[in-house]
Design a protein around this ligand. Structure first.
Ligand SMILES: NC(=O)c1ccc[n+]([C@@H]2O[C@H](COP(=O)([O-])OP(=O)(O)OC[C@H]3O[C@@H](n4cnc5c(N)ncnc54)[C@H](O)[C@@H]3O)[C@@H](O)[C@H]2O)c1
Ligand SMILES: [Zn+2]
Length: 359
């Protein structure tokens, strides 16, 4: 088990990774909360609640269920859950345990941030993506129509407990989705995590808790370090958007139905690597290495039919666009990225065409 500390504006909170980390729930002082509610998905809770309750020591844990999938990140769902909490007697001293992936985490933490002007929440992320990314750093959100994460808050959990064993029931696609975000962290961090991924591609699978334990810890550290230096995304935190400029455009162009999030990010990483090389910022060897690792992790849904002009039109809506300028996060080498503005449209187009042509 490893514990990382994240400093946020109001308090410092632990992010605990590793087998049996759910036991750390027992550190919550008895009597701190008037009641504890679990926000989760029905099938996930059916599969894992026994173990979670056993290890966490949670005695009464009324559960609030949200349907699986991105559409649950909505204001309607927020309203429904708020009403349910009220009917079940949640008050200002209640705590929400967010047991699920990024959807449950983003929605549940947003709910916690506004219910009675804010109640505590504890993240228990159950997808690889949520463990290495969304549960850490305090960003919460729901979508407004097609606008992803338009409405949200900064509201970190009081603790984050990530046990790799819960990943064993993930679908392969959802597992890979998280792996692509781990690759992103590795590109930001440097050669050693990148190398570890390169050498363990064949052994990484949802049930490989031992291998995942160390990879999750290392990927979490990358995010924790960045968030500790820049919680509010004034500067460095922006680098976590590596791969997301194209990624978000691809998700939007396909109505969020073709890719799971990490798959779109994977295409975005490929595009960023190619764009870096085209701009003369990234050596060809590093660009090729990044592309090879992303491709080796598994098949990606095709982008061949997507008109490049449409994708380019969707780019400025990315959140990195401030005042209409796209801020590209471009790798300079494995372990270093740079935020670049004023990238010529023709280069962006050419990079997209290059990834479309990839076999
Ligand atoms: N807040 C942030 O900083 C941040 C960062 C990255 C992504 N996100 C958000 O995270 C969301 C994506 O997260 P996600 O990929 O975890 O999606 P998700 O929560 O939809 O989970 C993916 C799928 O895995 C299933 N699942 C969850 N845990 C499981 C388990 N242990 N076993 C079997 N199945 C399980 C879910 O039912 C779902 O079908 C997006 O909405 C994205 O915007 C937020
Ligand atoms: Zn992401």
């Amino acid at each position: 088990m490893e514990t990382f500390r994240v400093k946020s504006e109001k308090f410092t909170y632990p992010v605990v990774t590793g087998k049996e980390s759910w036991r750390l729930f027992r550190d919550v002082p008895q009597g701190r909360y008037s009641s504890i509610f679990v926000v989760t998905e029905r099938s996930l809770w059916r599969r894992w609640s026994k173990r979670f309750i056993e290890e966490s020591g949670l005695r009464t844990a009324p559960a609030l269920f949200v349907p699986s999938g991105e559409p649950s990140k909505s204001l309607q769902m927020l309203e429904r859950l708020g009403g349910e909490l009220l009917r079940k007697g949640a008050d200002r001293r209640s705590c929400l345990v967010l047991f699920g992936g990024g959807v449950v985490g983003d929605l549940g933490a947003f709910l916690a941030s506004v219910y009675m002007r804010g109640v505590d929440c504890i993240h228990v992320p159950t997808t690889l993506l949520a463990q290495v990314d969304s549960a850490v750093g305090g960003k919460t959100a729901v979508n407004l129509g097609e606008m992803k994460n338009l409405i949200g808050t900064f509201y970190p959990g009081r603790m984050v407990l990530s046990d790799p064993r819960v990943l064993s029931t993930l679908r392969w696609r959802d597992f890979r989705s998280g792996l692509y975000e781990v690759v992103k962290h590795a590109i930001l961090d440097g050669r050693s995590l990148f190398k570890l991924l390169e050498t363990s591609t064949h052994t990484l699978r949802p049930g490989a808790a031992d291998a995942l334990e160390s990879i999750v810890a290392r990927a979490v550290k990358v995010k924790v370090d960045i968030v500790n230096r820049d919680e509010r995304e004034a500067n460095e935190r922006m680098t976590l958007n590596l791969g997301h400029t194209f990624g978000h455009a691809l998700e939007e162009a396909t109505d969020y139905s073709r890719f799971v999030h990490g798959e779109a990010v994977a295409w975005g990483l490929l595009a960023a690597a190619r764009l870096g090389r085209r701009l003369g910022l990234l050596p060809a060897t590093d660009s090729d290495q990044i592309c090879a690792l992303v491709r080796r992790l598994g098949p990606l849904p095709s982008i061949q039919d997507l008109p490049p002009a449409k994708i380019l039109r969707l780019l400025p809506q990315d959140k990195k666009a401030v005042g209409g300028t796209i801020r590209w996060v471009i790798p300079e080498k494995i372990g270093k990225v740079r935020v670049v503005t004023g990238v010529p449209r023709c280069e962006v187009l050419a990079a997209f065409r290059e990834i479309q042509a990839m076999k």
